[in-house]
Design a protein around this ligand. Sequence first.
Ligand code: ZN
Length: 457
Amino acid sequence: MSSLLLANLRLVVTMDDEGRELSGASIANQDGWITRVGEVSPSDRFDETIDCSRFVAIPGLINAHHHLYQTLTRGFSQSVGLGLFDWLTLLYPIWAGLDEEMVYASTQTGLAELALSGCTTSADHLYVFPPGSDAFLDAQAEAAGAVGLRFHATRGSMDLGQRDGGLPPDSITQPREVILKDSERVVQRYHDPGPGSMLRIGLAPCSPFSATPELMLETAGLAREMEVRLHTHLAETLDEDEYSRRELGVGPVDFLDRVSWLESDVWLAHCVHLQPSHIQMFGERRVSVAHCPTSNMLLGSGLAPVRDLLNGNVSVGLGVDGSASNDGNDLIREVKQAVLSARARDGAGAMPVRQALRLATRGGAACLGRDDVGCIAAGKAADLALFDADSLVMAGTDEDLVAGLVLIAARPDSVYVHGRPVVRNGHLVRLDEEALAARQRASSRLLLERWREGASL
Ligand SMILES: [Zn+2]
């Protein structure tokens, strides 16, 4: 039982339904939950009180799409530029060398960087399961617990290898029965559906070009039986559209509808290439979208129609996507990218800064099916990012601190998850950054060594 008062904040950006921004307000917390936002009576007593008069508070950011293991191969292959299919074909054989230690190190590295950028909840989509991968999700659960972020691991899967006309090598695909059995196991073992949950599991066949229709259909059935959410990639590139029409006889969205996926328990990464009828269908069926602007631009996939999705009442969250197509884990910078990419596509009025911030908070919460995070209000979890308004990078932003911190992509001074500090003075509280970097470098080197040895055999 502990109480914490963040007193006299320069500004509290609540992201509530009215979009209230409160000057000089305090945030009172009890046992990880916000109990009051506004004025606090001088007679109220707290275990800890922190003077926050130089800080701007926003709800902790929510990352709706990621492949944390890709932090092992960031920067690789993209100095010149490759589209999605060529890029995947190059990287799949490298990722085939993944082991548990690498999954552990990369999960911590990615989540740690996300925390340092103001993120308090992250999804992940791990879909590479080479031989020896039985405990990959277990390694992720342990790694995430040590960083202290809320974690939505999804048990990804691929059962359509090159032998059967898919894109990935057969060595990193698994038989459908194995995938479904392990999916059931990890949901039973780790999924906590309750309020304030630190760990949830979703199910996530990778894409129409690496998962069979049977796997899509049966995974959806299992997820609904076990009451967990469904996630996949969709309509990311024109290559995917062409593949889907050639191999499946319909476009990717119609394929997903055919396998019973277009329901309110589904969130889809990318959705760059959509028709107006698709957007209408997503809005009516409450399908959510994870927008990944940096990845889409880096791979030359296109600019997602985010303005149209929002106009069509579709919930849109933000994702940094895998670190091999970003190549960082910086979510506040992704908010800026969402502003830039929407304006580049549809004009200057297409994405106000506060709306982009809403994507990374309320939109992300909608993608992950949560109503306990994404907003600073009494009754919500105390997940907060505090930015120093008196820091050098923020100097000159007083007239609009929110636009300032987003467009500068400022780094938070402190980050709280369930009222517990995860970042303080701009550094991780629970992990040694140098030691983590060394562990990650060792894993990355070993992964590339394995690939080179295999390639030379
Ligand atoms: Zn992805």
